[in-house]
Ligand binder design. Sequence first.
Ligand code: URA
Length: 234
Amino acid sequence: MRLDKYLCESSDLTRSQARTVLGSGEITVNDEVVTRGTYVVRDGDVVKWEDDVLELIGLRYLMLNKPAGYECSIRNSQHPPVLSLLDVDKRDRLHTVGRLDVDTTGLILITDDGQWTHRIISPRHQCDKVYLATLAEPLIENAEDRFTAGILLDGEDKPTLPAVLERVDERRARLTIQEGKYHQVRRMFAALGNHVLALHRERIGPVSLDPDLQPGESRYLTPAEVADLAKSSS
Ligand code: URA
């Protein structure tokens, strides 16, 4: 990788700031001052900015227990962004894997790996998403069959893919879907004449929300979780 790119990827420097720092002779590679941005950094090279070793951050994969009141989108929002809950470097490089509504709580995945995100959210890859819904009205009798058959949502021309509904009690149900249409779960229950009072995502594919994470807390995924998610949605 070129040294100017390496500096940007391993620090908060912009490209033009990196050029200035290089020009000032503050960067060394293997203890030799290097001022050329085009210099190629190879595996094993030690890049320092004065006394600090600069290391590439690499791709990151996190899970967050999303509290209500935070927005996954970063544009035009009246609510704080979920990414503001993370205390990590270069936060602006990260994105959420799909979106949860402002009021929805629970598991959200966050990464800077666009390909991994695509595998998980693409309906073609059929990755399960499991939600616990608290409802305003008791569930109707044949709700399970309606969800299995697919539900025609308001404004759509094709029914939803088969979904699995499990009754928890009279007003709570666990729903497994593989798509991610806008407000999908709320619209599916609305099609049955019900209303979702609270919605919590418990699981995506093989990865469940870590019960040790309080609302607003996050942790890095383990390498096994990262690989299992990619595998389950390939
Ligand atoms: N379905 C919804 O209706 N809302 C969410 O936040 C996620 C799925």
